[in-house]
Design a protein around this ligand. Sequence first.
Ligand code: ADP
Length: 769
Amino acid sequence: MFGVIMTWIMLICVIIGMIFIGRVIQSEDQKSQLSQLHQTTELWAESFSIRLNSDLDRLGQLHNALPQNLSFRDNLSRLEQQTRELMQQRAEILEINYLDGNNRVVASFASPHPFGDITLRTGERYQRPSTMGAILRSRRTGSSSFSEPYSLPIEGSPFIDLVSPSIVGGERYLQISRLSIWSLLRQATQSRRDASFRISLLYNSEPIVAASTDSRRQTITYKMHLSPLPAGFELQVSSYAQGLLTQNTLFWVISALGIFLVVALLGLIRFNWRQNSTETALRAESALRKTIADSQLSGLQVTDRNGRIVYTNRTFTDLLGLSANEHLIGQLPPYSYWPKGDAGFRLMELFDTIKRGQMTTTSYEFHPLRPDGSTFSAFIHISPMITVEGTHLGWLWTLTDISEIRQAQERVTAAHERFTRVLESMQDAISVVDPQSNVLLFSNTVYDSLFGETSQGHLQAHMELINQMGEKKVKEASDMSSDIYLEDLDRWFDLHERTITWTDRTAVRLQILSDITERRKNENLLVEQQARSELNSRLVTMGEMASSLAHELNQPLTAISNYAFIVSSLMKKAGVPEEHEMFYSISRIEAQAQRAAAIIQRIRSFTKRSEPKMESIPVMNLIKEVMELASIQARRHNAKLQYYVAPDITNVWCDEIMIEQVLLNLIKNGIEASVGIEGQKPEVTLTVYSGIDHHIIFEVADNGVGIDDEHKAQLFDPFFTTKSTGMGMGLNICRTIVELHHGRLTISDNIGRGTIFTLTLPSENKQTV
Ligand code: ADP
């Protein structure tokens, strides 16, 4: 930091120095410019004086050579010649006049130079106001005198007149010489003429010859009196001040040096700053390293190649219950904290192996010894410390306290064991599956024994649940349960499924399958039993009703039979011929009344579950009886009724009335199913043929509405009916009768439309065969 500040101070000094040097150079410049101006002005004023004095001398000497004995007039030509010669040599003298005592011009001579002009004519009175003062002064004092400066509208302005008293031919005259100040000045300033100088002539501080100057530029000026001109005449020389330092090479050299210095200093500042920040960063890093080393959860111990301890961090000493590093620094293995006996010996061996290079790095679990004699579980890891160049410096020992980990492990193991034991002791199959990968994450032994150690069983049960509940519902609900049937196992389960968070925080599916096959069987049995007892009670009621009905009907039927007999006796007595068809009808009434009585008798005995009265009955007799009875109903419904009996058919072993009852019921159902179908006539056909194994097959086919598959199983249930007036007992009784005959009654669909009921009965008594 000090370096940076010093460099900044130096930088400021350099800048101040440069400004100072600039100022010095500038003032030196100005000084030399001023002295040059003085010199030049003095030089010019000097040469002006010399010229003018010389002019005065020459003018004064003009008359000296004139012969004094001759008059002015006689000397005139000589005078003219001399003046002309003089004016020829002195360009500034432009005119010479001579005045008499009355100021009348007696002679006038003009310069032969182009600017020479006669401004006064001979005989004229001299009246130029600027000169009048000088004329008076000259007459009074008798010496030369200069007029005031004046201008004329001719070349060479401004002018000044020199008035000198002169004696020619013994008479007093005044010689007036007109001098061009401009010309004098021009000649005086010929030498050292420089464009930067501006020359002016002042009279009483007013410029009479003025140089043009650029007013915007700063000028320096020097004035000097011009002798022998009278006071008031001043030569003024101005020069443009050398304003810009930049025109000075020295300035540039110094500036370049200064800039170089500034740049160098800035570079130095930058370097210093970098160095500073690097140092700060280094300091921070080393502090950080120390903090890291001290705050490490692991203890660090650094040893040289032989194992001599050179450094330990705070954690290391803290773990070992030591107060300061001194206890350990300098120790060689076996260290004081190593356990005594076998364990310590093994550590020594381990280190020796590593030292010999037979092992690179290694970890070892042991129980370090604290000074108070207590120990703890720790892990020591030894690794070599090798520099970038490959030099082996020593060893880094990392000591980690694992006593808490060990305890936690033990707790986890115990908890796991408890958990597993609980799960294993359960009767249910428990499984956990990752729904993303379908991998089995957990299963208890019950599950494994049912499905093996795969997720197959779990997935099957899940699919069953989806089939029952729908995929959407299963996906949305986090907790579901349902009874499912697993076909592979032929068992029913109460499935309980829910989503839980697994140990790795992912959502997994837990399934608990409880086997409910037995329970379900019992439940079904119970339901069946209930239905059966209900049915039984209805059958019993019906049986009782049939029994009382039979009792009630027996009387009127006996009466009908008796009355029929009486009618036929009366008709015989009245002499009605025996072949009269009324006898036939009466005999049918009588027969049917007896049949009705027989049926009622059968029902009574049937409801009392009495055995059928089995006989070998000729099939043709049976068919004819059935057809006759059925034809009454067929006619009522305008149905076509027909039958075919195979020629080999003879007898059938049955209770005639019962089987007639069965066939009549089947034909009645067939007609009822075929009636009312538009565009077709009801048609029922009874076909009888022999089946295998001494069986006779009766087929009752109709062209009716047919039977739905779902109804087929229920047809034989008691009280099942689709008819508004039906009782639903017909087919149930039929099947009971058939079962009593050890026969079979099946249903199949007729070709085209309708149903075929097939009744199979043995043709003869099996017990006797
Ligand atoms: P019910 O005739 O009093 O209804 P049934 O036990 O004789 O009682 O018949 C039970 C049911 O079986 C009938 O209601 C009827 O729906 C059906 N069924 C019986 N026979 C036929 C058939 N040949 N064609 C169509 N349905 C029949």
